[in-house]
Write a protein that binds this ligand. Structure first.
Ligand SMILES: Cc1cc2nc3c(=O)[nH]c(=O)nc-3n(C[C@H](O)[C@H](O)[C@H](O)COP(=O)(O)OP(=O)(O)OC[C@H]3O[C@@H](n4cnc5c(N)ncnc54)[C@H](O)[C@@H]3O)c2cc1C
Length: 494
């Protein structure tokens, strides 16, 4: 009967007797875990708890109060509109603002000698980067290598067309383009990124940079839990989320099909189904101890083969803006300077800092973005050292053109250094391609007697939209749907 209700557009709520009510434990209260819980509660499941290792919900969606504004340490922009789960939820509530002609951001490129590139040249270069990235999908189809060969060859041809560019400048601009390109994958360099993976990623139509106005991406959690816009409709997710509850073992060995979950503070829980959402970085580090018995060989191969990247941010807040409000500050390294920093282990991380970006609706703030290896290094530095070095770099590049004041406050991320994340987001590397592993293998549930018992959600399990908040939400919904369908099939008469 459930299919009839579904066909008629009703939400079917199964009526379990207490004995039948399945116990569901979700590990992790990130976007995927909260999405799974919300859908399960909405469909009548009542025995659903979330065990979260951190002292807050949200995971890599982390909106925090900083110098009189909300800022995002993790997911910040909604990428694309039509088809994007986050956009679909938030746009009707008028929470979002797309970058468009009205608030278009330009690029202000300076080199490490403190020289500004003419503004029209900067815009041309950025347009070139956008155009070539746009062409890449078609050009890379069927390519088994990395994206580096295509981008290098294409940019080399295009940059020769600039009459004032000598060989060294072409090389420098190429490095700048590499930094800007790999930021979306959080890899260490573009030779790591698989061409096939690049083309498999699904871009959604609409603006690729949609912001949350004066709120942050954390608002999506309230929308998912139905706390926003009407708090009276809030689903009972927070009451059933246990913070500071780090799961250390998931035992699915019992003959009665019950799963035993143990946390580091000695608490034990049983469940009929477990949805595992920790990041790929966590799974890579803990897959040998987290599961009893060990995960099947194919799952282990996938965990090893998919790649986890690193990315970091440093927010700098100033008393007043000294930069042009609609211009991102982009770094172009002089080749000699690059070599000097390359050879100095304490400075090398700064080569991965690609720019100081304006932050929509935060006129006094800039956000430095750091890629890959530099992100890992920076997050392990003492905080003050990281801030001072970033500020020195800002002066080195932009001090001649602007009257830079000292920031009044700083804030940095801690993703790779935190054992509950171990990185920023997953990407498809050349190594993933070589191992022949894909997200759908990570997503496949472990079955006992044909039923999904250990299930996997989280951005890395999404075959088309990994590395995104909306992709994570979709995987939470996917696993909730798996259970909804299972219990609809089990209780067809209801
Ligand atoms: C710097 C940065 C910038 C980003 N920018 C964007 C952006 O602009 N737009 C976008 O769409 N996406 C962006 N992303 C990616 C996006 O934030 C993630 O893809 C998404 O939030 C992942 O959600 P998830 O549920 O898969 O994982 P997570 O958010 O990692 O959730 C998993 C949860 O599991 C918990 N956990 C881990 N181990 C255990 C354990 N043993 N026991 C219990 N709990 C555990 C973690 O604490 C975490 O809360 C960004 C990410 C980063 C880091």
């Amino acid at each position: 009967m459930w299919w009839l209700y579904a066909a008629l557009g009703f939400v079917y709520l199964p009526h379990f007797t207490t004995a039948e009510e399945p116990k569901i434990v979700i590990i992790g209260a990130g976007a995927s875990g909260i999405a799974a819980a919300s859908k399960l509660y909405e469909h009548g499941f009542q025995d659903v708890i979330i065990l979260e290792a951190e002292n807050r919900i949200g995971g890599r969606v982390y909106t925090t109060w900083f110098d009189e504004s909300w800022v995002d340490l993790g997911g910040q922009w909604v990428h694309g509109e039509t088809g994007n789960a986050a956009f679909k939820l938030a746009a009707p509530l008028e929470l979002l603002e797309a970058s468009g002609e009205k608030n278009w951001v330009e690029f202000d490129i300076h080199n490490s000698k403190g020289v500004r590139l003419p503004l029209d040249l900067s815009q041309n270069l950025m347009a070139l980067l956008t155009n070539v990235s746009g062409e890449a999908n078609e050009a890379l189809a069927g390519n088994n290598g990395s994206i580096a060969d295509f981008f290098t060859a294409k940019f080399n041809i295009e940059l020769q067309k600039y009459p004032t560019f000598n060989e060294t400048l072409v090389k420098e601009v190429l490095k700048m383009f590499e930094g800007l390109t790999i930021a979306t994958d959080s890899s260490d360099n573009w030779t790591d990124i698989s061409a096939t993976g690049y083309t498999a990623y699904q871009d959604y139509p609409g603006s690729n940079i949609v912001n949350w106005k004066d709120r942050g991406y954390g608002t999506i959690l309230d929308v998912l839990m139905k706390k926003y816009p009407n708090p009276e409709e809030e689903l009972p997710i927070m009451n059933n989320t246990l913070l500071n509850s780090e799961v250390v073992n998931v035992n699915y060995n019992a003959t009665d099909k019950k799963v035993l979950i143990e946390t580091s503070n000695g608490q034990k829980y049983t469940a009929d189904h477990v949805i595992v959402t920790p990041s790929l970085g966590v799974l890579k580090e803990q897959y040998e101890t987290l599961f009893t018995p060990q995960l099947p060989e194919s799952k282990v191969k996938t965990i090893k083969g998919l790649s986890m990247g690193s990315a970091a941010k440093i927010y700098l807040s100033f008393e007043a803006p000294w930069w042009s409000s609609n211009r991102d500050l982009i770094l172009l390294w002089d080749e000699m300077d690059r070599q000097e920093y390359e050879n100095d282990p304490s400075k090398k991380w700064l080569l991965d800092l690609i720019g100081f970006f304006t932050v929509a609706h935060r006129p006094r703030m800039l956000c430095a973005w750091i890629n890959g290896a530099g992100a890992r290094y920076m997050e392990a530095l003492p905080e003050n050292q990281a801030f001072n070095e970033a500020f020195t770099l800002l002066n080195k590049f932009f001090g001649n053109s602007y009257n830079i004041t000292r920031p009044t406050a700083y804030l940095r991320t801690n993703w790779s250094n935190n054992k509950h994340f171990r990185g920023a987001y997953s990407f498809r590397s050349v190594e993933s391609q070589r191992s022949g592993v894909w997200a759908n293998e990570l997503a496949a549930p472990l079955l006992v007697d044909g039923e999904p018992i250990i299930m996997f959600a989280g951005e890395a399990t999404n075959s088309q939209r990994w590395a995104s908040v909306d992709g994570a939400i979709d995987t939470g919904f996917r696993e909730a749907d798996r259970l909804i369908e299972l219990y609809n099939t089990k209780n067809p008469s209801q």
